[in-house]
Design a binder for this molecule. Structure first.
Ligand SMILES: NC(=O)C1=CN([C@@H]2O[C@H](COP(=O)(O)OP(=O)(O)OC[C@H]3O[C@@H](n4cnc5c(N)ncnc54)[C@H](O)[C@@H]3O)[C@@H](O)[C@H]2O)C=CC1
Ligand SMILES: O=C(O)[C@H]1O[C@H](OP(=O)(O)OP(=O)(O)OC[C@H]2O[C@@H](n3ccc(=O)[nH]c3=O)[C@H](O)[C@@H]2O)[C@H](O)[C@@H](O)[C@@H]1O
Length: 437
């Protein structure tokens, strides 16, 4: 099938590449010329494990192409995906200007019956708005379908190719059949395609992200209680996660959730609730708790240095909002950098993939290091913000020599308390006992 994907960011590029991999001919459209030129020339624009190899294969075999021209890109496409940004507007609601602009542009250039798919995360009622915007100028029949995306960055290819479920919101039988055909290769193992109405599909996406953000936040609150009561959050996590009604995943306490989606989607759902005069109390608490959680270790770092960080150097391991991505949107590390530098500390950082993005954002506000050890070299303390595997089993002897003080503030609970005790480190983590080296 010929399909088009408008917006070639994290979701659009994964969607386009994976559908090319299942034999479709895919044209990806983006207004960012630099991005399109790079992709056309075979240079991938994001770091996403496993994506590059299928991107290169499909580009070479002619199933994947890139253009900045919407009209040229959608030529002959039976399905057009909208994978456009929906950033938070000033009031916290999802800003639909990118989605509605493309909907406006599509109306006059549709030539045959087409299915237009909202893959972006959009508030309830958006499919109708997109429908109206296209209908204002369309001369042919079309359907607008809501098909929210549940992939996680860092494991996006796997999540896309083997989704737990595919949610499709449409009342049109014609659209349903086309979507079923397109998704058939991805649901061969019995993972379901769940059909529903457009509004329910739109709300499903916000409900899923908000529920997961709530689950993490709940554990972060349990971690805060553990610190006050002398319990250990990792033990509690294992204790509750083995209850299959609760489940083991998304129970890891840490310095808060970040990324381009949880923060903005929780905020957008809270705003949608406000718009219909519903007091969504839990979501307000989730946002407030997460805000504090992100920089929770800063007061502890200050306390360690008797309240004065001026002249201190902090080594920071991890900048991306999670491992296996170069995405730094709403990364807790960035909030920690701000607070540390405001308090007069110097920050040296290392991240396996995200340093260029941080450099572009904050320039020389911090020093970027070649590896984890040169980052720690001469620093007064180590702060861990992202659980990249490379930080999990470092050479602690080397680390002891590199750091001025044997002290680690661990925002992701990477090490056991016993090993820290044995190695003589002062170790301050999340929801666990403090080890004084
Ligand atoms: N990043 C993620 O892991 C996930 C994101 N989502 C949702 O998917 C949507 C897209 O997110 P990302 O891919 O992360 O965004 P992104 O910012 O990485 O990519 C969006 C792309 O759209 C392009 N664009 C903007 N206006 C355009 C126009 N008029 N024509 C063509 N291209 C245009 C931008 O240049 C950019 O390349 C959002 O609604 C997000 O909430 C959903 C699931 C996962
Ligand atoms: O809508 C989206 O964009 C996506 O948002 C999340 O995916 P993503 O943001 O890529 O990454 P997650 O693995 O969900 O992690 C989000 C944040 O939660 C944090 N987290 C995650 C799990 C956990 O147990 N504890 C925890 O603090 C991570 O460190 C990270 O900062 C969802 O998991 C995806 O299903 C969804 O498609």
């Amino acid at each position: 099938m010929k399909i088009a994907v408008v917006g070639t960011g994290y979701v659009g590029l994964v969607t386009g590449t994976c559908f090319a991999e299942t034999g479709n001919t895919v044209s990806c459209i983006d207004i960012d010329e630099r991005k399109v030129n790079s992709l056309k020339n075979g240079k991938i624009t994001i770091y996403e494990p496993g994506l590059e190899v299928i991107f290169e294969r499909n580009l070479k075999q002619g199933r994947l192409s890139f253009t900045t021209d919407l009209k040229e890109g959608i030529e002959g496409a039976k399905i057009i995906f909208l994978a456009l940004p929906t950033p938070p507007g000033e009031d916290g609601s999802a800003d639909l200007k990118y989605v509605l602009k493309v909907a406006d542009d599509l109306g006059p250039i549709l030539k045959d019956y087409t299915v237009i798919v909202d893959k972006s995360t959009v508030p309830v009622g958006t499919a109708e708005k997109v429908h109206n915007a296209i209908a204002a100028n369309a001369k042919v029949d079309f359907d607008v379908v809501s098909n929210p995306e549940f992939l996680r960055e860092g494991v996006a290819v796997d999540d896309f190719m083997k989704p737990d479920r595919v949610v499709i919101g449409t009342k049109s039988e014609k659209a349903k059949k086309l979507m079923e055909t397109l998704y058939a290769p991805l649901v061969r193992q019995g993972n379901p395609i769940i059909f529903m109405d457009e509004k329910s599909a739109e709300l499903t996406k916000y409900a899923a992200n908000s529920f997961l953000a709530t689950k993490i936040t709940f554990m972060n609150e349990i971690a805060n209680m553990c610190e006050l009561l002398g319990a250990d959050v990792d033990a509690v996590r294992k204790g509750v996660g083995t209850d299959t009604r609760i489940g083991k995943r998304f129970l890891f306490a840490g310095i808060g959730y970040g990324g381009s989606c949880f923060p903005k989607d929780v905020q957008a759902l809270a705003k949608s609730a406000e718009d219909v005069n519903y007091d969504f109390t839990i979501l307000k608490s989730v946002m407030a708790v997460n805000e504090n959680q992100k920089t929770k270790l800063i007061p502890k770092i200050k306390e360690y240095f008797n309240g004065d960080l001026s002249g201190k150097t902090i080594a920071l391991w991890g900048l991306s909002f999670k491992p296996y991505t170069d995405d730094i949107r709403e990364a807790p590390a960035l909030y920690n950098i701000d607070m540390l530098t405001e308090a007069g500390a110097t920050v040296k950082a290392y991240d396996p993939e995200a340093m260029d993005n941080v450099k572009n954002l904050i320039g020389d506000k911090i020093t970027f290091c070649e590896d984890a050890y040169s980052c720690a070299d001469g620093a007064d303390a180590l702060l861990i913000a992202t659980e990249w595997p490379v930080f999990r089993t470092p050479d602690f002897e080397k680390l002891s020599v590199s750091l001025n003080n044997k002290v680690i503030f661990d925002g992701r609970n990477l090490y056991t308390l016993d090993e820290m005790k044995d190695l003589g480190f002062t170790y301050i983590s999340i929801g666990r006992q403090i080890i004084n080296g």
